[in-house]
Structure formats: structure tokens, C-alpha cells
Design a protein around this ligand. Structure first.
Ligand code: CTP
Ligand SMILES: C[C@](O)(CO)[C@H](O)COP(=O)(O)O
Length: 243
């Protein structure tokens, strides 16, 4: 069966670069060890995140953005993930700044029409199927888009005493995930102009583009609080993502 990604109509010359911002401190998680290095099924959480990207045949390079003072990366063994992996120690004060450092690292080789996938270090449960679906759906897209899931719960807005101020209509609301995949040149331009955003799609929207929402999986959760790590472990234990 042909690879659903490489068999798409994207010109063969278009390359795919993955950027993994991994320079956060995990303040909401509250651990001394940054959450991306916490153990998950015997390996650092970040290993699982990178394994799915490194195993994807369409992706040419996987650029991990570390904090300049990161003292954790060197303590682990990453060579089994293969030759696509590289690091830059230029993470910034915000996620957007870290992503921009990754984009700069790709600059010497990347063409404006190449694709760049940005994927949170803190999302270790991305499945190869969801990644393939994302790339296949966007293959002919002029702009790009992101994995997301439609909001499934009733939404409440709170007042300052944690009492309900309003019920918010959820029609048309989605939870944004990563990877977020955009044309390299468009994303560089958008983030250079609009860096006060929490995701790449936000910068693209501010620049006047209309990112496409591609339905993902709830299992692609972001490890934000300690309970998320236990959930991620159960998900990965019952459905390994790679190998
Ligand atoms: N200055 C920053 C901030 C975040 N990130 C990365 O961006 C992703 C966003 O996830 P998030 O849960 O917000 O991570 P943290 O910023 O580490 O967490 P917190 O906001 O709780 O401090 C993570 O992979 C994180 O490492 C980054 O590379 N550089
Ligand atoms: C990019 C992101 O994962 C989309 O859901 C998310 O916004 C990043 O985390 P943060 O908590 O907003 O920093």
C-alpha cells in the first residue's frame, strides 16, 4: 500500500521540517525536572514525542529547540531515533520565541514553499495515523492547518468567585492541538509580525490567513498538569505509537 503522505499530490520537491519547542519550564506541572524529561514508560517523555516524528517517512529533519541552559538533554540517549534529529539551544522566553529559533535553524535549507510542522514537546501521544491524516489532508493546501478536536462539553464562563456567569455556545468551537503545519515562508512572516500568540495558527490568523482544522484525537493530549502524565502513560501503554 502506498504511503498516504508521500503518495499525495504535494510536489516531490517540497520538504517537511519538524520543529519541537522543548524549552518550557512546566510551571503548571510544578516538577523540579522539566516535564519533557520526566520518565514515561522508562524513557523521557520527550523521547515518545520525537519517536513519532522521526519515524514519519515524509519528515526530513526534526529540530528540537532547547533552553540555552538545558542540563537534561545530555543525560539521555537519543541516537536510536536516527539521523534526522538535531538540537538548537536557543529557546526563548515564550513558546513563540522558541519556535522562531527553530525556524531560524532551518533557514539555510528551507524554501518558502516547504512545510514546517510545529509539535509541542509536551504531547507524547500523537499517533502515526493522526500525523499521516494531517499531512495528507493539507498536502495541496496553499496555507496549512492544525490538528484539533471539536469541543464536546458544555462550556461555562466563571465570575471571580468561581460561580457561573454564563453558558457559552460551543457551536463551531474546537480545541487546538499540535502538530500545526504551515508553509515555511508564510509562518516565518506571520510569527515575525505577530509573536504574542499561544500557537502558530494564531499568528497565521493575525496575518490574514485561514488555517484548516483537521480532526485529531483526544488522546493527543498536552501534558500540562501531573494527572496528564498518568493518563499519557496509560494511553501509550495500551496503544504504542511507534514500533
Ligand atoms: N519559552 C517556552 C515555553 C514553552 N515551550 C514549549 O512549548 C510547549 C507548550 O507547552 P506548555 O504546556 O505551555 O509548556 P510549558 O511552557 O513548559 O508549561 P507552563 O506553561 O505550565 O510553564 C512545550 O513543549 C514547551 O516546552 C518552549 O519551547 N519555550
Ligand atoms: C499550542 C498549543 O498546544 C495548542 O493547544 C497550546 O496553546 C500550547 O500551550 P499553552 O498552554 O497555550 O502555552
Amino acid at each position: 500500500m502506498p504511503d498516504p503522505v508521500t503518495a499525495s499530490a504535494t510536489p516531490v520537491s517540497a520538504k517537511y521540517y519538524a520543529i519541537v519547542p522543548a524549552a518550557g519550564h512546566g510551571s503548571r506541572f510544578g516538577s523540579e525536572t522539566p516535564k519533557q524529561y520526566l520518565p514515561l514508560l522508562g524513557r523521557p517523555l520527550l523521547y515518545h514525542t520525537l519517536a513519532v516524528l522521526c519515524a514519519c517517512s515524509a519528515i526530513d529533519r526534526v529540530i528540537v529547540v532547547l533552553a540555552p541552559d538545558d542540563s537534561w538533554w545530555g543525560a539521555f540517549e537519543w541516537t536510536s531515533l536516527g539521523a534526522k534529529l538535531e538540537t538548537v539551544r536557543q529557546g526563548g522566553a515564550t513558546r513563540a520565541a522558541s519556535v522562531q529559533a527553530g525556524l531560524a535553524a532551518a533557514a539555510t535549507a528551507a524554501a518558502g514553499t516547504d512545510w514546517v510542522l510545529v509539535h509541542d514537546a509536551a504531547r507524547p501521544c500523537l499517533s502515526a495515523a493522526a500525523l499521516g491524516q494531517l499531512l495528507q489532508t493539507l498536502a495541496d493546501d496553499p496555507v496549512g492547518g492544525l490538528l484539533a478536536v471539536p469541543v464536546a462539553d458544555t462550556l461555562k464562563r466563571s465570575d471571580q468567585r468561581d460561580r457561573v456567569a454564563a453558558t457559552v455556545p460551543r457551536d463551531g468551537l474546537w480545541q487546538a492541538q499540535t502538530p500545526q503545519v504551515f508553509r515555511y515562508g508564510l509562518l516565518c512572516d506571520a510569527l515575525a509580525r505577530f509573536a504574542d500568540v499561544t500557537d502558530e495558527a494564531g499568528a497565521m490568523e493575525a496575518a490574514g490567513h485561514v488555517p484548516r482544522l483537521v480532526r485529531g484525537e483526544l488522546a493527543n493530549l498536552k501534558v500540562t498538569y501531573p494527572a496528564d502524565l498518568a493518563l499519557a502513560e496509560r494511553l501509550l501503554a495500551t496503544a504504542p505509537r511507534v514500533g
